[in-house]
Ligand binder design. Sequence first.
Ligand code: 13P
Length: 273
Amino acid sequence: MLKARENKYAVPAFNFDNLAMMKGIIQAAEETRSPVILMVTESAAKHIGIDFCFSIINVAVKKTKVPVVVHWDHGFDFELIKKAVDAGFSSVMLDSSLKPFAENVKETKAVCAYAHSKGVEVESEIGHVGGKEDDRISNINFYTDVDEAVMFDKSTQIDALAVAIGTSHGLFNKKINLQFDLLKQLANKINTPLVLHGSSQVPLTDLQKCINLGITKINIGTDLKIAYALGVKKYFQANPGDFDARKFEKIGTDFVKEEAIKKIKAFRSNNKA
Ligand code: 13P
């Protein structure tokens, strides 16, 4: 991510909920020669089955022809985060952003101590990106405070910092009014790579502006869920009597791939693998 920040591109971080979506993301990254971060939330991992999920991420890392980071996204449960670290994730996120500052620092340090001892990187959030993230809904959004972020960065040993500058997760309450000035101040004072959550439905030109100002990891979930569902719906409109999962999942995968390619090109991470 440091290389991305230096060269003014962002590493795309895509959420997947099933194997068909994961395949679409990998195909997009391979076709565009882009590094990629494959992310799974606690709830998506439970949906896939924790053990199945742990197996497929290791296969993804070994078999993909471009660099892949597998990231445990929005970890709330320390025990599950530890399991993800032990299972081979390259990076984990602790989300204690709704807790008081001191508690967030304490918990983040504990995750860093465990993860770093096993060579795994840690992302944490300061300020709060609300909205609908899987089955969690938070209608609170508060911007990152610059001084707090600097203190947080210094007090923990985090490898990536998620900041709240006006995005929100999902389609829920999606009012987009990005605080570019705030981002500029954060990037001026913090060297740790900055992460933008809730980036679906944000105009690509705004995301590019964020990259130019210092965002180096951009999280996309909802836009890929929409693409997958659209592909499957389209398949059944054309083939209402069909029931073959191999066929409708394939169309879902193709739609995810096309959407991911659009983001990769906008983030300028193509040909950076
Ligand atoms: P979106 O679903 O709004 O793209 O947010 C995804 C995200 O930030 C995952 O951490």
